[in-house]
Ligand binder design. Structure first.
Ligand code: PLP
Length: 475
Protein backbone atom coordinates (compact mmCIF):
# COMPACT_ATOMS: atom_id res chain seq x y z
CA UNK A 1 0.00 0.00 0.00
CA UNK A 2 1.50 3.32 -1.02
CA UNK A 3 1.64 6.24 1.45
CA UNK A 4 -0.99 7.98 -0.67
CA UNK A 5 -3.35 4.99 -0.50
CA UNK A 6 -2.65 4.70 3.21
CA UNK A 7 -3.62 8.36 3.68
CA UNK A 8 -6.90 7.84 1.82
CA UNK A 9 -7.85 4.68 3.69
CA UNK A 10 -6.79 6.14 7.01
CA UNK A 11 -9.08 9.13 6.43
CA UNK A 12 -11.97 6.80 5.62
CA UNK A 13 -11.29 4.74 8.73
CA UNK A 14 -11.01 7.77 10.98
CA UNK A 15 -14.34 9.03 9.64
CA UNK A 16 -15.84 5.65 10.44
CA UNK A 17 -14.25 5.69 13.92
CA UNK A 18 -15.69 9.11 14.73
CA UNK A 19 -19.12 8.01 13.46
CA UNK A 20 -18.88 4.87 15.59
CA UNK A 21 -18.08 6.89 18.70
CA UNK A 22 -21.14 9.05 18.01
CA UNK A 23 -23.46 6.17 17.23
CA UNK A 24 -22.26 3.45 19.60
CA UNK A 25 -25.45 3.72 21.67
CA UNK A 26 -27.44 2.38 18.74
CA UNK A 27 -25.74 -1.03 18.88
CA UNK A 28 -26.84 -3.85 21.18
CA UNK A 29 -24.28 -3.78 23.99
CA UNK A 30 -23.46 -7.48 23.95
CA UNK A 31 -22.92 -9.16 20.60
CA UNK A 32 -26.12 -11.00 19.71
CA UNK A 33 -24.49 -13.60 17.47
CA UNK A 34 -24.53 -17.36 18.04
CA UNK A 35 -21.29 -19.35 18.46
CA UNK A 36 -19.72 -20.01 15.04
CA UNK A 37 -21.79 -17.37 13.24
CA UNK A 38 -18.84 -15.05 12.62
CA UNK A 39 -16.47 -17.92 11.83
CA UNK A 40 -18.90 -19.10 9.13
CA UNK A 41 -18.38 -15.79 7.32
CA UNK A 42 -14.59 -16.04 7.34
CA UNK A 43 -13.18 -18.12 4.46
CA UNK A 44 -11.58 -21.37 5.58
CA UNK A 45 -8.55 -20.82 3.37
CA UNK A 46 -6.40 -17.68 3.17
CA UNK A 47 -6.51 -15.53 0.02
CA UNK A 48 -3.81 -16.28 -2.54
CA UNK A 49 -3.84 -12.76 -3.93
CA UNK A 50 -4.05 -9.49 -2.05
CA UNK A 51 -7.45 -7.81 -1.90
CA UNK A 52 -8.38 -4.13 -2.07
CA UNK A 53 -8.75 -2.37 1.27
CA UNK A 54 -12.24 -1.14 0.27
CA UNK A 55 -13.49 -4.73 0.10
CA UNK A 56 -11.73 -5.75 3.30
CA UNK A 57 -13.24 -2.81 5.15
CA UNK A 58 -16.73 -3.59 3.77
CA UNK A 59 -16.35 -7.13 5.14
CA UNK A 60 -15.21 -5.73 8.49
CA UNK A 61 -18.45 -3.76 8.69
CA UNK A 62 -20.77 -6.53 7.50
CA UNK A 63 -19.11 -9.68 8.88
CA UNK A 64 -17.08 -8.62 11.90
CA UNK A 65 -19.00 -5.80 13.54
CA UNK A 66 -22.06 -7.96 14.40
CA UNK A 67 -19.76 -10.09 16.56
CA UNK A 68 -18.42 -7.19 18.59
CA UNK A 69 -19.50 -6.55 22.17
CA UNK A 70 -19.44 -2.80 22.61
CA UNK A 71 -17.30 -2.09 25.65
CA UNK A 72 -17.40 1.62 24.83
CA UNK A 73 -21.19 1.68 24.94
CA UNK A 74 -22.38 3.97 27.73
CA UNK A 75 -24.82 1.28 28.86
CA UNK A 76 -22.02 -1.27 29.29
CA UNK A 77 -22.40 -2.22 32.97
CA UNK A 78 -20.81 -5.67 32.89
CA UNK A 79 -17.54 -6.94 34.46
CA UNK A 80 -15.39 -3.92 35.23
CA UNK A 81 -15.07 -1.25 32.55
CA UNK A 82 -12.27 -1.37 30.00
CA UNK A 83 -12.93 2.18 29.02
CA UNK A 84 -11.20 4.26 26.42
CA UNK A 85 -11.18 7.84 25.15
CA UNK A 86 -10.41 9.71 21.93
CA UNK A 87 -6.92 10.85 23.06
CA UNK A 88 -6.07 7.28 23.97
CA UNK A 89 -7.23 6.02 20.56
CA UNK A 90 -5.17 8.70 18.81
CA UNK A 91 -2.12 7.65 20.81
CA UNK A 92 -2.71 4.02 19.84
CA UNK A 93 -2.72 5.09 16.18
CA UNK A 94 0.66 6.74 16.64
CA UNK A 95 2.04 3.77 18.56
CA UNK A 96 0.93 1.46 15.76
CA UNK A 97 2.42 3.75 13.13
CA UNK A 98 5.79 3.92 14.87
CA UNK A 99 5.68 0.18 15.48
CA UNK A 100 8.56 0.51 17.91
CA UNK A 101 9.60 -2.44 20.04
CA UNK A 102 10.72 -0.78 23.24
CA UNK A 103 12.45 -3.58 25.17
CA UNK A 104 15.67 -1.61 25.76
CA UNK A 105 16.30 2.06 26.37
CA UNK A 106 18.30 2.02 23.13
CA UNK A 107 15.43 0.58 21.09
CA UNK A 108 13.44 3.76 21.78
CA UNK A 109 14.77 6.08 24.48
CA UNK A 110 11.61 8.22 24.36
CA UNK A 111 9.40 5.24 25.21
CA UNK A 112 11.51 4.33 28.24
CA UNK A 113 11.94 7.84 29.53
CA UNK A 114 8.28 8.70 29.02
CA UNK A 115 7.22 5.49 30.80
CA UNK A 116 9.29 6.42 33.84
CA UNK A 117 7.91 9.96 33.82
CA UNK A 118 4.20 9.20 33.34
CA UNK A 119 4.26 6.42 35.93
CA UNK A 120 5.60 8.94 38.40
CA UNK A 121 2.85 11.36 37.34
CA UNK A 122 0.37 8.58 38.06
CA UNK A 123 1.96 7.97 41.45
CA UNK A 124 1.55 11.62 42.33
CA UNK A 125 -1.98 11.83 40.92
CA UNK A 126 -3.15 8.88 43.01
CA UNK A 127 -1.48 9.89 46.27
CA UNK A 128 0.87 6.89 46.32
CA UNK A 129 3.94 7.47 48.50
CA UNK A 130 7.34 8.52 47.25
CA UNK A 131 9.89 5.74 46.95
CA UNK A 132 7.74 3.67 44.58
CA UNK A 133 8.97 3.13 41.04
CA UNK A 134 6.55 2.35 38.23
CA UNK A 135 6.52 0.14 35.18
CA UNK A 136 3.73 -0.60 32.70
CA UNK A 137 2.72 -4.26 32.63
CA UNK A 138 0.38 -5.90 30.13
CA UNK A 139 -2.17 -6.76 32.82
CA UNK A 140 -2.80 -6.91 36.54
CA UNK A 141 -2.28 -10.66 36.17
CA UNK A 142 1.20 -9.95 34.80
CA UNK A 143 1.96 -7.67 37.73
CA UNK A 144 0.81 -10.32 40.23
CA UNK A 145 3.05 -12.81 38.44
CA UNK A 146 6.05 -10.49 38.79
CA UNK A 147 5.20 -9.82 42.44
CA UNK A 148 4.91 -13.53 43.29
CA UNK A 149 8.14 -14.31 41.47
CA UNK A 150 9.99 -11.56 43.32
CA UNK A 151 8.52 -12.74 46.63
CA UNK A 152 9.57 -16.32 45.83
CA UNK A 153 13.12 -15.28 45.01
CA UNK A 154 13.44 -13.03 48.05
CA UNK A 155 12.41 -15.72 50.53
CA UNK A 156 14.68 -18.30 48.90
CA UNK A 157 17.59 -15.83 48.55
CA UNK A 158 17.27 -16.21 44.77
CA UNK A 159 17.80 -19.97 45.02
CA UNK A 160 14.47 -20.96 43.43
CA UNK A 161 15.61 -19.35 40.18
CA UNK A 162 18.85 -21.34 40.30
CA UNK A 163 17.85 -24.69 41.76
CA UNK A 164 14.15 -24.91 41.00
CA UNK A 165 11.41 -25.35 43.55
CA UNK A 166 12.19 -29.01 44.26
CA UNK A 167 14.99 -28.04 46.61
CA UNK A 168 13.05 -25.35 48.50
CA UNK A 169 10.73 -25.70 51.47
CA UNK A 170 6.98 -25.31 50.83
CA UNK A 171 6.24 -21.67 50.04
CA UNK A 172 2.78 -20.42 51.02
CA UNK A 173 0.73 -17.51 49.65
CA UNK A 174 -2.21 -15.77 51.34
CA UNK A 175 -5.14 -13.89 49.95
CA UNK A 176 -8.81 -13.42 50.77
CA UNK A 177 -11.48 -15.71 49.43
CA UNK A 178 -12.75 -12.70 47.42
CA UNK A 179 -9.54 -12.12 45.49
CA UNK A 180 -9.50 -12.23 41.71
CA UNK A 181 -8.67 -15.63 40.25
CA UNK A 182 -5.45 -14.17 38.77
CA UNK A 183 -3.64 -14.91 42.05
CA UNK A 184 -4.62 -18.57 41.98
CA UNK A 185 -3.67 -18.83 38.31
CA UNK A 186 -0.25 -17.31 38.99
CA UNK A 187 0.38 -19.55 42.00
CA UNK A 188 -0.15 -22.46 39.59
CA UNK A 189 1.99 -20.91 36.86
CA UNK A 190 5.00 -20.30 39.07
CA UNK A 191 4.86 -23.79 40.49
CA UNK A 192 4.01 -23.04 44.10
CA UNK A 193 1.02 -25.38 43.95
CA UNK A 194 -2.59 -24.45 44.44
CA UNK A 195 -2.75 -26.30 47.74
CA UNK A 196 -0.22 -23.83 49.12
CA UNK A 197 -2.51 -20.90 48.44
CA UNK A 198 -4.43 -19.99 51.60
CA UNK A 199 -7.82 -18.40 51.00
CA UNK A 200 -8.47 -16.36 54.11
CA UNK A 201 -11.95 -15.74 55.51
CA UNK A 202 -13.52 -12.33 55.23
CA UNK A 203 -15.63 -10.16 57.53
CA UNK A 204 -19.17 -8.88 56.99
CA UNK A 205 -17.84 -6.33 54.48
CA UNK A 206 -16.05 -9.07 52.54
CA UNK A 207 -12.64 -7.73 53.66
CA UNK A 208 -9.82 -10.11 54.61
CA UNK A 209 -9.70 -10.84 58.34
CA UNK A 210 -6.20 -10.03 59.64
CA UNK A 211 -6.69 -12.21 62.75
CA UNK A 212 -7.37 -15.27 60.58
CA UNK A 213 -4.44 -14.35 58.33
CA UNK A 214 -1.99 -14.27 61.20
CA UNK A 215 -3.30 -17.50 62.71
CA UNK A 216 -2.78 -19.21 59.35
CA UNK A 217 0.73 -17.79 58.97
CA UNK A 218 1.70 -19.03 62.43
CA UNK A 219 0.28 -22.47 61.73
CA UNK A 220 2.19 -22.66 58.43
CA UNK A 221 5.44 -21.58 60.08
CA UNK A 222 4.95 -24.20 62.77
CA UNK A 223 4.51 -26.78 59.99
CA UNK A 224 7.81 -25.77 58.36
CA UNK A 225 6.38 -23.79 55.46
CA UNK A 226 7.72 -20.40 54.44
CA UNK A 227 5.00 -17.73 54.24
CA UNK A 228 6.03 -15.93 51.07
CA UNK A 229 3.50 -13.42 49.87
CA UNK A 230 0.20 -11.83 50.83
CA UNK A 231 -1.95 -10.49 48.00
CA UNK A 232 -4.32 -7.88 49.43
CA UNK A 233 -7.25 -6.61 47.36
CA UNK A 234 -8.44 -3.07 47.07
CA UNK A 235 -11.67 -3.48 45.14
CA UNK A 236 -11.89 -7.26 44.73
CA UNK A 237 -13.81 -8.29 41.66
CA UNK A 238 -17.03 -9.79 43.04
CA UNK A 239 -18.33 -7.08 45.35
CA UNK A 240 -15.38 -4.64 45.34
CA UNK A 241 -14.13 -5.56 48.83
CA UNK A 242 -11.36 -3.44 50.31
CA UNK A 243 -8.88 -5.26 52.56
CA UNK A 244 -7.42 -3.46 55.61
CA UNK A 245 -3.92 -2.67 54.39
CA UNK A 246 -2.49 -1.36 57.64
CA UNK A 247 -3.35 -4.43 59.70
CA UNK A 248 -2.22 -6.73 56.89
CA UNK A 249 0.97 -4.71 56.36
CA UNK A 250 1.89 -4.93 60.05
CA UNK A 251 1.50 -8.71 59.92
CA UNK A 252 3.65 -8.89 56.77
CA UNK A 253 6.33 -6.80 58.41
CA UNK A 254 6.29 -8.94 61.58
CA UNK A 255 6.75 -12.11 59.58
CA UNK A 256 8.95 -10.84 56.75
CA UNK A 257 6.33 -11.47 54.07
CA UNK A 258 6.15 -9.70 50.70
CA UNK A 259 2.94 -7.67 50.30
CA UNK A 260 1.35 -7.14 46.88
CA UNK A 261 -1.72 -4.92 46.58
CA UNK A 262 -4.13 -5.70 43.76
CA UNK A 263 -6.19 -2.60 43.05
CA UNK A 264 -6.70 -3.40 39.37
CA UNK A 265 -10.05 -1.62 39.17
CA UNK A 266 -10.37 0.52 42.30
CA UNK A 267 -6.92 2.11 42.13
CA UNK A 268 -8.18 4.70 39.63
CA UNK A 269 -10.49 6.02 42.37
CA UNK A 270 -7.37 7.20 44.24
CA UNK A 271 -7.44 10.13 41.84
CA UNK A 272 -10.06 11.40 44.28
CA UNK A 273 -8.70 12.56 47.65
CA UNK A 274 -11.95 11.44 49.33
CA UNK A 275 -11.27 7.83 48.22
CA UNK A 276 -7.71 7.62 49.53
CA UNK A 277 -8.86 6.19 52.85
CA UNK A 278 -8.22 2.84 51.13
CA UNK A 279 -4.52 3.68 51.03
CA UNK A 280 -4.11 3.68 54.80
CA UNK A 281 -1.13 1.37 55.35
CA UNK A 282 0.05 1.44 51.71
CA UNK A 283 3.57 2.20 52.95
CA UNK A 284 3.86 -1.49 53.85
CA UNK A 285 3.29 -2.61 50.25
CA UNK A 286 6.21 -4.02 48.26
CA UNK A 287 4.23 -3.97 45.04
CA UNK A 288 0.98 -2.34 43.90
CA UNK A 289 -0.96 -2.59 40.66
CA UNK A 290 -3.86 -0.73 39.18
CA UNK A 291 -5.14 -0.68 35.63
CA UNK A 292 -5.57 2.59 33.76
CA UNK A 293 -6.94 0.20 31.11
CA UNK A 294 -9.93 -0.47 33.31
CA UNK A 295 -11.32 2.81 34.57
CA UNK A 296 -8.87 5.53 33.54
CA UNK A 297 -9.88 6.13 29.91
CA UNK A 298 -6.77 4.39 28.55
CA UNK A 299 -7.05 1.59 26.03
CA UNK A 300 -6.13 -1.95 26.98
CA UNK A 301 -3.34 -2.87 27.69
CA UNK A 302 -1.93 -0.63 30.37
CA UNK A 303 -1.37 -1.82 33.95
CA UNK A 304 0.47 0.53 36.27
CA UNK A 305 2.74 -1.54 38.49
CA UNK A 306 4.64 0.17 41.31
CA UNK A 307 7.44 -1.51 43.23
CA UNK A 308 9.36 -0.49 46.30
CA UNK A 309 12.53 -2.33 45.37
CA UNK A 310 13.05 -2.41 41.59
CA UNK A 311 16.43 -4.10 42.06
CA UNK A 312 14.69 -7.16 43.52
CA UNK A 313 12.33 -7.32 40.54
CA UNK A 314 15.19 -6.91 38.07
CA UNK A 315 17.33 -9.49 39.84
CA UNK A 316 14.41 -11.90 39.65
CA UNK A 317 13.72 -11.46 35.93
CA UNK A 318 16.98 -10.31 34.43
CA UNK A 319 18.76 -12.46 31.91
CA UNK A 320 21.41 -11.14 29.56
CA UNK A 321 22.21 -12.95 26.33
CA UNK A 322 24.81 -11.39 24.08
CA UNK A 323 22.29 -9.89 21.65
CA UNK A 324 20.57 -7.86 24.37
CA UNK A 325 23.72 -6.17 25.65
CA UNK A 326 23.91 -2.43 25.04
CA UNK A 327 26.43 0.33 25.57
CA UNK A 328 24.20 2.21 28.02
CA UNK A 329 23.47 -0.80 30.18
CA UNK A 330 23.39 0.06 33.87
CA UNK A 331 23.22 3.79 33.18
CA UNK A 332 19.63 3.66 31.91
CA UNK A 333 16.45 1.67 32.51
CA UNK A 334 15.96 -1.34 30.25
CA UNK A 335 12.34 -2.28 30.90
CA UNK A 336 12.87 -5.74 29.40
CA UNK A 337 14.05 -6.75 32.88
CA UNK A 338 10.88 -5.55 34.60
CA UNK A 339 8.29 -7.88 33.12
CA UNK A 340 7.89 -11.38 31.72
CA UNK A 341 7.68 -10.63 27.97
CA UNK A 342 10.84 -9.27 26.43
CA UNK A 343 9.12 -7.17 23.78
CA UNK A 344 7.10 -4.12 24.71
CA UNK A 345 4.86 -1.70 22.85
CA UNK A 346 5.12 2.05 23.38
CA UNK A 347 2.29 2.02 25.90
CA UNK A 348 3.32 5.12 27.82
CA UNK A 349 2.24 7.31 24.92
CA UNK A 350 -1.48 6.74 25.49
CA UNK A 351 -1.14 7.48 29.20
CA UNK A 352 0.78 10.64 28.40
CA UNK A 353 -1.91 11.77 25.96
CA UNK A 354 -4.81 10.86 28.26
CA UNK A 355 -3.31 12.56 31.31
CA UNK A 356 -2.36 15.68 29.35
CA UNK A 357 -5.67 15.83 27.57
CA UNK A 358 -7.94 15.52 30.61
CA UNK A 359 -5.61 16.59 33.40
CA UNK A 360 -5.78 14.91 36.80
CA UNK A 361 -8.82 17.02 37.63
CA UNK A 362 -10.72 16.11 34.46
CA UNK A 363 -10.12 12.41 34.99
CA UNK A 364 -11.13 12.67 38.64
CA UNK A 365 -14.39 14.40 37.70
CA UNK A 366 -15.40 11.50 35.47
CA UNK A 367 -14.60 8.92 38.15
CA UNK A 368 -16.48 10.92 40.78
CA UNK A 369 -19.48 11.11 38.43
CA UNK A 370 -19.49 7.31 38.05
CA UNK A 371 -19.41 6.85 41.82
CA UNK A 372 -22.22 9.39 42.30
CA UNK A 373 -24.29 7.64 39.63
CA UNK A 374 -23.83 4.33 41.45
CA UNK A 375 -24.97 5.98 44.69
CA UNK A 376 -28.09 7.19 42.88
CA UNK A 377 -28.73 3.73 41.43
CA UNK A 378 -28.39 2.31 44.93
CA UNK A 379 -31.26 4.56 46.05
CA UNK A 380 -33.43 3.44 43.13
CA UNK A 381 -32.77 -0.22 43.96
CA UNK A 382 -33.55 0.38 47.63
CA UNK A 383 -36.82 2.01 46.54
CA UNK A 384 -37.99 -1.12 44.67
CA UNK A 385 -39.63 -3.60 47.05
CA UNK A 386 -38.92 -6.57 44.75
CA UNK A 387 -35.16 -6.00 44.75
CA UNK A 388 -32.45 -6.17 47.39
CA UNK A 389 -28.84 -5.06 47.57
CA UNK A 390 -26.76 -8.05 48.64
CA UNK A 391 -23.41 -6.41 49.44
CA UNK A 392 -22.43 -2.88 50.40
CA UNK A 393 -21.90 -0.70 47.32
CA UNK A 394 -18.21 -0.34 46.54
CA UNK A 395 -17.40 2.85 44.59
CA UNK A 396 -19.30 2.39 41.31
CA UNK A 397 -20.14 -1.30 41.75
CA UNK A 398 -23.45 -2.64 43.08
CA UNK A 399 -24.54 -6.23 43.63
CA UNK A 400 -28.27 -6.74 43.81
CA UNK A 401 -30.84 -9.47 43.49
CA UNK A 402 -34.39 -9.76 42.30
CA UNK A 403 -36.47 -10.99 45.22
CA UNK A 404 -40.18 -10.72 44.47
CA UNK A 405 -42.62 -10.98 47.36
CA UNK A 406 -43.71 -14.51 48.12
CA UNK A 407 -40.63 -16.24 46.67
CA UNK A 408 -38.47 -17.55 49.51
CA UNK A 409 -36.75 -20.73 48.31
CA UNK A 410 -33.06 -19.84 47.75
CA UNK A 411 -32.78 -22.21 44.77
CA UNK A 412 -35.86 -20.66 43.14
CA UNK A 413 -34.40 -17.19 43.65
CA UNK A 414 -31.10 -18.31 42.14
CA UNK A 415 -32.87 -19.64 39.07
CA UNK A 416 -34.99 -16.53 38.79
CA UNK A 417 -31.96 -14.23 38.89
CA UNK A 418 -30.08 -16.37 36.38
CA UNK A 419 -33.10 -16.21 34.05
CA UNK A 420 -33.44 -12.47 34.58
CA UNK A 421 -29.80 -11.85 33.72
CA UNK A 422 -30.01 -13.98 30.62
CA UNK A 423 -33.08 -12.12 29.38
CA UNK A 424 -31.47 -8.76 30.11
CA UNK A 425 -28.32 -9.58 28.17
CA UNK A 426 -30.25 -11.13 25.29
CA UNK A 427 -32.34 -7.95 25.11
CA UNK A 428 -29.20 -6.01 24.20
CA UNK A 429 -30.01 -2.60 25.67
CA UNK A 430 -27.65 -3.13 28.59
CA UNK A 431 -25.05 -5.67 29.65
CA UNK A 432 -24.62 -6.97 33.23
CA UNK A 433 -22.67 -9.80 34.87
CA UNK A 434 -23.71 -12.65 37.17
CA UNK A 435 -22.14 -13.15 40.59
CA UNK A 436 -22.45 -15.33 43.66
CA UNK A 437 -22.59 -13.54 47.00
CA UNK A 438 -22.48 -15.75 50.09
CA UNK A 439 -23.19 -18.64 47.76
CA UNK A 440 -26.37 -17.17 46.25
CA UNK A 441 -26.99 -15.68 42.81
CA UNK A 442 -26.55 -11.94 42.45
CA UNK A 443 -26.31 -9.47 39.59
CA UNK A 444 -23.42 -7.01 39.28
CA UNK A 445 -24.06 -3.50 37.96
CA UNK A 446 -20.72 -1.79 37.35
CA UNK A 447 -20.62 1.81 36.13
CA UNK A 448 -17.49 3.18 34.49
CA UNK A 449 -17.68 3.71 30.74
CA UNK A 450 -16.19 7.07 29.79
CA UNK A 451 -19.44 8.53 28.43
CA UNK A 452 -21.96 7.07 30.86
CA UNK A 453 -24.42 9.71 32.07
CA UNK A 454 -27.35 9.58 34.44
CA UNK A 455 -29.82 8.84 31.63
CA UNK A 456 -27.90 5.68 30.71
CA UNK A 457 -28.00 4.38 34.25
CA UNK A 458 -31.70 5.27 34.48
CA UNK A 459 -32.37 3.44 31.21
CA UNK A 460 -30.34 0.53 32.55
CA UNK A 461 -32.35 0.28 35.74
CA UNK A 462 -35.62 0.64 33.81
CA UNK A 463 -34.59 -2.30 31.61
CA UNK A 464 -33.92 -4.43 34.72
CA UNK A 465 -37.27 -3.66 36.33
CA UNK A 466 -39.20 -3.99 33.05
CA UNK A 467 -37.77 -7.43 32.31
CA UNK A 468 -38.13 -8.54 35.94
CA UNK A 469 -41.83 -7.62 35.82
CA UNK A 470 -42.33 -9.64 32.66
CA UNK A 471 -40.67 -12.61 34.38
CA UNK A 472 -42.89 -12.20 37.43
CA UNK A 473 -46.05 -12.44 35.31
CA UNK A 474 -44.69 -15.72 33.99
CA UNK A 475 -43.97 -17.15 37.48
N1 PLP B 1 -7.56 -8.06 39.86
C1 PLP B 1 -8.83 -7.61 39.91
C2 PLP B 1 -9.38 -7.08 41.20
C3 PLP B 1 -9.63 -7.63 38.76
O1 PLP B 1 -10.89 -7.21 38.81
C4 PLP B 1 -9.08 -8.13 37.55
C5 PLP B 1 -9.89 -8.18 36.33
O2 PLP B 1 -11.02 -7.77 36.28
C6 PLP B 1 -7.76 -8.59 37.57
C7 PLP B 1 -7.03 -8.55 38.73
C8 PLP B 1 -7.12 -9.12 36.31
O3 PLP B 1 -6.90 -8.05 35.48
P1 PLP B 1 -6.07 -8.19 34.10
O4 PLP B 1 -7.07 -8.49 33.05
O5 PLP B 1 -5.43 -6.84 33.93
O6 PLP B 1 -5.08 -9.27 34.30
Amino acid sequence: MSPEDFRRHAHDLVDWMADYMEAVEEYPVRAQTAPGEIASKLPETPPEAGEPMERIFEDFKSDVMPGITHWQHPRFFAYFPANSSPPSVLAEMLTATLGAQCMLWQTSPAATEMETRVLDWLRQMTGLPQGLTGVIQDSASGAILCALLTAREKVTSWKANEQGLGKQPVLTVYTSNQTHSATEKNVKIIGLGRENLRLIDVDDNFALRPDVLEERILADKAAGCIPTCVVASIGATGVGAVDPLRAIGEICERHGIFLHVDAAWAGTAWLLPEQRWMLDGIEYADSIVFNPHKWMLTNFDCSAHFVRDPDALIRTLSILPEFLKSREQGAVIDYRDWSVPLGRRFRALKLWMVIRSYGAEGLGKIIRKHIDLAAELEEWIEGEPDFEIVAPRSLALINFRYHPAGVHEPEVLDRLNAALLERINDDGRIYLTQNKVRGRAAIRFSIGQTNTEQRHVREGWDVVTEIARSLKTGL
